[in-house]
Design a protein around this ligand. Structure first.
Ligand code: ISE
Length: 336
């Protein structure tokens, strides 16, 4: 049977997911859209057969024709939406961040544990990117030996949203490297250090951009992230694993190389929606498939919580300087 999905929040990601579920994903359809902007919700719903517009997430989740929820509202609204979904025992795909801080993420963890089973897949979509998947497979195979270091570059052409702040560089952007580090290495991040060069003159007044972030892990690996939201030339995400017996690097180029007029080269995606389109498609399809089998797979609430805890350390490291230790509670058995 077709999975009937309520999409909560219809901004950039929410609207893209509505399109995706309607046009790309198999086995699912959008039966509800929710937005505080009633007109926006209505506008989207009218174009879709059997789709109702709501302004209140709780009303949508109580509807008979909703089997699962995709949360794509702003981070601060996630906790309430997640807890409501748990009341109805609905499966959830929750865009990152799970919640904006570790304390609220812990409340979500506790509520999910009370349910007694996992209900949440967190939207860390890089785990579904073809190149990252290959890198993960290679590292897991042990062919290159133990990973010693990861070098990451994460560049946005321009501010992802107006008013992007220095803290958002950590909470919204470097959070992806926090997740891929934990996932690729299967290790927890133990400390965060943030260093800042003199800001680019492309950065708006007051924004410390770029930043250079360093993680240490409990497996003894060292990770660096060059993070920028003003690089001007395109959206670029690269990762290089340095292992005992070799290195592996992803994100250098996509698709076609063109030779013309004495030059060679290719194009760079303009933004993350384009760069990670396949990853988003695979992520949503994996969620729908697992849900229809009655399973929950992918990044868990624990991964969402751990990322939130690392973000907190990162924001402190930004403000205070130095090397900040990450505080994590013990991993509950539900997530082992
Ligand atoms: C955005 O929220 C993302 O998830 C992107 O991957 C990241 O590159 C961007 O900086 C964030 O704002």
């Amino acid at each position: 049977t077709t999975l009937r999905v309520a999409v909560v929040g219809t901004g950039r990601m929410g609207a893209d997911h509505v399109r995706r579920i309607s046009e790309v994903t198999s086995g699912a359809r959008v039966s509800a859209v929710v937005d505080i902007d009633a007109e926006r919700a209505k506008g989207l719903a009218t174009g879709i057969d059997g789709c109702t517009a709501y302004t209140d997430p709780a009303a949508a989740m109580a509807a008979d024709d909703v089997d699962a929820v995709l949360i794509a509202s702003p981070g601060p609204a996630h906790e309430a939406a997640l807890l409501t979904a748990f009341e109805h025992d609905l499966p959830v795909l929750c865009e990152k961040p799970l919640t904006p801080d570790a304390a609220s993420a812990l409340r979500v963890l506790e509520a999910e544990q009370k349910l007694g089973h996992r209900r949440v897949q967190v939207g860390f979509m890089r785990r579904y990117d073809a190149e990252y998947m290959k890198l993960k497979e290679l590292l897991d195979s042990g062919r290159l030996g133990r990973p010693l270091m990861l070098h990451n570059r994460h560049r946005n052409a321009t501010l992802p949203v107006p008013g992007f702040t220095s803290e958002m560089l950590i909470n919204d952007a470097v959070v992806h490297e926090m997740d891929v580090t934990r996932w690729l290495l299967d290790q927890e991040i133990t400390t965060v250090t943030v260093m800042k060069p003199r800001p680019s003159s492309n950065a708006p007044e007051g924004l410390e951009d770029p930043q250079f972030v360093i993680f240490e892990t409990d497996g003894g690996a060292l990770v660096d992230v060059e993070m920028s939201v003003n690089c001007q030339f395109g959206y670029q995400v690269q990762a290089e694993a340095v292992c005992e017996n070799g290195t592996a690097r992803i994100g250098d180029g996509h698709g076609m190389l063109v030779n013309s007029a004495g030059q060679w080269g290719g194009s760079i995606a303009p933004d993350f929606v384009a760069r990670f389109e396949d990853a988003y498609d695979r992520e949503v399809q994996a969620w729908v498939d697992a849900t229809r089998r009655g399973e929950v797979t992918g990044p868990s609430s624990w991964d969402g919580y751990a990322a939130a805890a690392v973000c907190e350390a990162g924001v402190r490291a930004q403000a205070e300087g130095g090397r900040i230790t990450v505080e994590l509670v013990e991993r509950p058995s539900l997530y082992r």
